[in-house]
Ligand binder design. Structure first.
Ligand code: AMP
Ligand code: GLY
Length: 426
């Protein structure tokens, strides 16, 4: 099989690493990829949203399957672009239709979907510029903290959690009337605040059946003890100690099965990953968000725990025979710690030479934001490297990752020293 993988982050490096191990792979291309994906295939300089460029490459190289890493091309309708093009319609696309991608692309769509299918989630209201007054009244009738969410994609920045009612009202008006998040905040979802511990659950589906992947927990804030600004993710672990059989049974029956059934019932084409961002409130799962792709950095622990051939699963998705495929996991813990550029998630510099990568033997170093420069590897983003390790338990996996990190250097590198600590005692 000839495969084109779209994306350039740690998630895509982890997926490329896994695809490269497949017994049915002939050739792997990554567009645009990074200095890490280059080791597993050929990087192609095409942007993930350049559909015409992707089309030309797919036709020229006789690509059999396109695996879509990030949400943007999915929300822009890459699946539909392929299906509706006579020359491309036989190329498999791993990712949902544009309608399915609305689970991530529109918070309002996702909330309405959950309501229709009785999937547990925070109570909410949706407002637009014409209904600001209703939104303000809605806030008046709530208890804080106040959760405001821009409806559309806002690069992970569109969620505000505010303690103060007046501040919440001011933000709501800025979002709706002053386009605080551009078009993404033309609609705003106001939600009840849920207090609990978060985790990420992943399924892959062919629209009929699904397989659960290993669950993971990511660490979103820049600072230790989960403080400071939100980031794309500073580390992740899998399995999640508090996600025991009883909890996962609730997740399966209350969230995953109703979601897959709901998509099918509503005839929403969905051939790809579903990411359930969940919160455990006193033992009960609630959906905080859906994403239409894998998580990052969760993928950097999920792929290492997947034992089965991922292309076999993808082929099952593409041919609607997923139920016949086998999925197995490694019975080990995986932990990843993200090395980021100094200053991130604020302003930071790129182009720092990374030293020590070749000395790492006990971890898998997934590149998140890197660029090859001859034999050198340069930082090329806020999140630079995801250092993943296996262990017989969480403690030993974390020790390995931190030991490897001590051997990798680049100017102003930063990382959180407390990944996994909050759940070590479980
Ligand atoms: P989202 O983009 O919807 O995942 O929201 C970003 C983050 O905000 C989540 O990962 C949670 O930490 C937090 N969050 C979102 N919605 C809620 C909620 N209803 N209650 C508490 N925290 C929330
Ligand atoms: N790690 C959270 C996400 O990928 O959205």
């Amino acid at each position: 099989m000839k495969v084109l993988l779209l994306g350039s982050g740690g998630r895509e490096h982890a997926i490329a690493w896994k695809i490269a191990q497949s017994s049915i792979l002939d050739e792997l291309f990554i567009a645009p990829g990074n200095a890490g994906t280059k080791k597993h295939g050929k990087n192609i300089d095409i942007s993930v949203t350049d559909f015409e460029g992707i089309k030309n490459f797919v036709l020229q190289q006789h690509i059999d399957m396109v695996v879509v890493g990030p949400e943007e091309p999915l929300v822009l309708g890459i699946y539909d672009f392929f299906v509706n093009d006579p020359q491309l319609k036989n190329v498999a696309v791993i990712g949902p239709s544009q309608e399915g991608a609305q689970l991530e692309g529109s918070k309002d769509f996702a909330k309405a979907f959950m309501t229709r299918h009785n999937i547990p989630t925070a109570k909410y209201g949706t407002f637009n510029a014409d209904t600001v007054a209703d939104g303000l009244r809605f806030l008046d009738n709530m208890k804080g903290p106040y959760v405001l969410k821009a409806d559309g994609l806002a690069a992970g920045k569109g969620v505000l959690i505010l303690e103060d009612l007046d501040e919440a009202k001011k933000e709501l008006q800025e979002m709706l009337l002053e386009e605080k998040f551009g078009k993404a905040s033309a609609k705003v979802v106001i939600e009840q605040f849920l207090d609990g511990i978060e985790l990420s659950v992943f399924a892959i589906t062919d629209g009929e059946s699904f397989k659960l992947l290993p669950e993971a927990k990511d660490y979103k804030r820049i600072g230790e003890g989960d403080t400071g600004l939100n980031t794309g993710g500073m580390g992740a672990i899998s399995p999640v100690p508090f996600a025991d059989a009883a909890f996962m049974d609730k997740v399966l029956n209350r969230v995953v099965i109703p979601t897959i059934k709901g998509l099918k019932q509503e005839k929403i084409t969905y051939n790809g990953f579903v990411f359930f961002g969940l919160i455990n409130v006193k033992g009960d799962p609630y959906v905080i968000e859906y994403n239409c792709r894998m998580g990052d950095p969760e993928t950097e622990v999920v792929m290492p725990r997947l034992k089965s051939d991922i292309l076999d699963l993808f082929e099952g998705v593409a041919t609607h025979t997923l139920s016949e495929r086998d999925i197995q996991f490694h019975d080990k813990t995986a932990a990843t710690v993200m090395m980021v550029a100094g200053g991130y998630p604020g302003t930071y510099e790129k182009g720092k030479t990374i030293y020590g990568l070749n000395s790492i033997t006990d971890s898998i170093v997934f590149h998140a934001g890197t660029l090859a420069d001859g034999p050198s590897v340069l930082s090329n983003g806020g999140r630079v490297l995801a250092v993943t390790s296996y262990g017989k338990n969480l403690q030993s996996a974390l020790e390995r990752s931190y030991d490897s990190i001590s051997k990798i250097t680049f100017e102003d590198a930063n990382y959180r020293k407390d990944i996994g600590k909050d759940v070590l005692e479980y």
